[in-house]
Design a protein around this ligand. Sequence first.
Ligand code: GLU
Length: 458
Amino acid sequence: MEIRTRFAPSPTGNLHIGSARTALFNYLFAKKNNGKFVLRIEDTDIERSKKEYEENIIGNLKLLGLDWDEFYRQSERMDVYAKYLQKLLDEDKAYYCFCGPEELEAMRQEQMSRGEAPKYAGKCSCISKEESQERIKKGERAVIRFKVEPKIVRFNDLIRSQIEFDASLMGDIVIAKNIKTPLYNFAVVIDDADMGITHIIRGEDLLPNTPKQILIQEALGLDKVKYAHLPLILGPDRSKMSKRHGATSIKEYLDQGYLPHAIINFLALLGWNPGTDKEIFSLDELIKEFSTDKIQKSGAVFNIQKLDSINGIYIRRLSLEILTDLCRKYAPEINEKIVSLFQERMKKISEIGELADFFFKENLDYEKDMLKWKNMTDQEVIESIDKSIKVISKIKDWNKENIEKGLLEEAGEKRGELLWPVRVALSGKKFSPPPFDIAEILGREKTIKRLDYAKSLF
Ligand code: GLU
């Protein structure tokens, strides 16, 4: 049997870390088993669904390289749901419910005052079909409720093993606002069956819906599906990951200069591990090594340092040409030579703007005391810079090797005293690439100009 998975986002927000991980795991599982990966946009909630979110989800999945084999949009399938809703109504497995919000609230309060867990007690289930039809024709509003069989629902989750729910606690659930407007739990069951989905891999937050979906499936005689509920993604404080922990949407990470492959690699490790120390995986390697029995049950902590470090590894693997192209988005004037000075220590592409800003500034702005190595006096700094200017003025072939040779010869034992002021004068920073590399790129004229400026601060 062909393995078929699906990613079923509601376009009510941008593609975020959690949903991207769900998409990835479904993708990996399908590809690993030579199966198919289906993308289904769940846009039945007309008020909350937005085209821009759908575009964001689709666009970012593509950027991440998670291509789908088939695509569906629930809003284009309303006829299918209506057919199955009607079937349940005809077979007395669902009924129209006319209870309004106030009435429902009153019932709930009454149940709670009796110390019972609130649930719909089935008031409208005894209304005859004829009467329901009459009332609807007259314009009364009614939702459609599914008759929940009060039994224990059991299923085997690929990650969480045997799971049981007592459906008698649920009460009859609303599955559609009307015959033309199905709700999530209903539409999802119809679609999963209709699209031949064999495995549902999704976040643990959806677990409470699973028994409802299984009951609807059984009522319609649809094929069983296997489930894998992924552990929650937690912030560093171990509470559910949310905006207050930092960026959550994939777009924000891409905009900050995290590379798609690094994001994929990082997402894969959010709840899954290969069982070895290996941490860097291409998408193909992930496909090969992925398996649901290496997915953990406990929450997966989102660790931004780890993402940074993985991204750094991917940045170092890029050719200088490609990296420079990527850097241009953040620093339009950048060139390969400058980028090469930072490739080793960049964690995200956006950093290049700040790391390399001093190359493009006419005047640097720094505290003059930064020019002092250890306890140097003003006079010593001036003398040191003078020496450097002298050396630099005499260099014949302007390249970093000659600049380095000249300056080191002049420095002798006192490297810090000579080189530190040059570094700060050229970069305006305490941390920068070596002064020789900077000088080579700046050229002799600018280098001397910056050294003169440093002197003028005293
Ligand atoms: N559309 C649902 C959501 O975005 C997920 C559906 C599912 O995976 O069953 O929360």
